[in-house]
Design a protein around this ligand. Structure first.
Ligand code: PHE
Length: 336
């Protein structure tokens, strides 16, 4: 019996060393210290041994029981302490988690910048429908049916006389029909043209229209306003160049170039070595347009302009393919 007790003790101590976690600890406790455990079974055997041996063996057994409990408690503390340590240990070498911050689309950013500049000069923001009728998009803008000027703007038809607007100029008509001068608005929005899609043109793009009508509005004011805009948009040292042009709804008309803000006009890849970048079309509102909206063309004069937002964003950010704006490719968008 004493041998048996020694054996149990040796095994107990050996096994105790191998315990790694709380689960193993509990299994071990049940096995040795439980009510049906090995040590208790030794106590049960005590009944079977000769009476005179009982006190000695009983004493040894009690010692084993105490020792086992003590050693077990020590191990338990050790395992619990280790667990605590794992919980609070920090690994500062683990890479941080990437948090993606959203941002505005480059076209939205450009549009907002354009709007801000004109609003600061006293322009109100107006809008009109993208599905337009022939009258507002063409006729009232002095572009009669069969007029060759319609060829400049390849049109998407929804049905006869109903189209996707090809420019933001119909908003001029809608605003002038709804109120008397003075009118000073910009109209940003989407326009559609049935063009072959390429790096330079897309079936959809954005324009910002401008219109100012009052008594005594002059071409000089148009120049001054556009120059103030260009300096804020592209930098205070830029110059503007007005080239005579034609639009049915303005007379005289001009196309406006800004001196290349990349090379300062010396000539580079962006301005194709010409030193100038075309940014918009403009002119004095044609008296025929005033007739369509019921304004007195003897009393009022006005100017109008229209610029392409994609074109301006492409110049400003050096983007060489208009299709990039619409592809929703993160690698492109996250650069702005
Ligand atoms: N609507 C013209 C275009 O899309 C631009 C323009 C607007 C020209 C206003 C003159 C005045 O080409």
């Amino acid at each position: 019996m004493i041998n048996q007790i020694e054996e149990v003790k040796a095994k107990f101590l050996e096994e105790l060393q191998t315990l790694k976690d709380e689960k193993e600890l509990e299994e071990f406790r049940v096995k040795y210290l439980g009510r049906r455990g090995i040590i208790q079974s030794l106590f049960d055997k005590l009944k079977e041994i000769p009476r005179e041996e009982k006190p000695t063996v009983g004493k040894i057994l009690n010692e084993l029981k105490e020792l086992a409990q003590e050693k077990f408690n020590e191990k338990k503390k050790e395992i619990e302490a280790k667990k605590e340590k794992v919980k609070i240990s920090l690994d500062l070498t683990i890479p941080g988690r990437f948090k993606y911050t959203g941002r505005k689309h480059p076209l939205t950013q450009t549009l907002e910048e354009i709007k801000k500049i004109f609003v600061s000069m006293g322009f109100e923001v107006a809008s009109g429908p993208e599905i337009e009728d022939d009258y507002h998009n063409f006729e009232a803008l002095n572009i009669p049916p069969e007029h060759p000027a319609r060829d400049m703007q390849d049109t998407f038809f929804i049905k006869e006389n109903i189209i996707l607007r090809t420019h933001t100029s119909p908003v001029q008509i809608r605003v002038m029909k709804s109120k008397q001068p003075p009118v000073r608005i910009i109209a940003p929005g989407r326009v559609y043209r049935n063009e072959a899609i390429s790096a330079r043109s897309y079936c959809l793009f954005h324009q910002v229209e401008g219109l100012y009508v009052d008594e005594g509005v002059s071409f000089a004011e148009l120049k001054g306003t556009l120059l103030a805009f260009a300096k804020q948009m592209f930098g205070s040292s830029v110059k503007l160049r007005f080239r005579p042009s034609f639009f049915p709804f303005t007379e005289p008309s001009a196309e406006v170039d800004v001196s290349c803000f990349i090379c300062g006009g010396k000539g580079c890849k962006v301005c194709k070595y010409g030193g100038w970048l075309e940014i918009l079309g403009c002119g004095m509102v044609d008296p025929n347009v005033f007739k369509f909206v019921g304004y007195d063309s003897e009393r009022y004069t006005g100017y109008a302009f229209g610029m392409g937002v994609e074109r301006i964003a492409m110049l400003k950010y050096g983007i060489d393919d208009i299709r990039l704006f619409y592809e929703n490719d993160f690698r492109f968008l996250e650069q702005f």
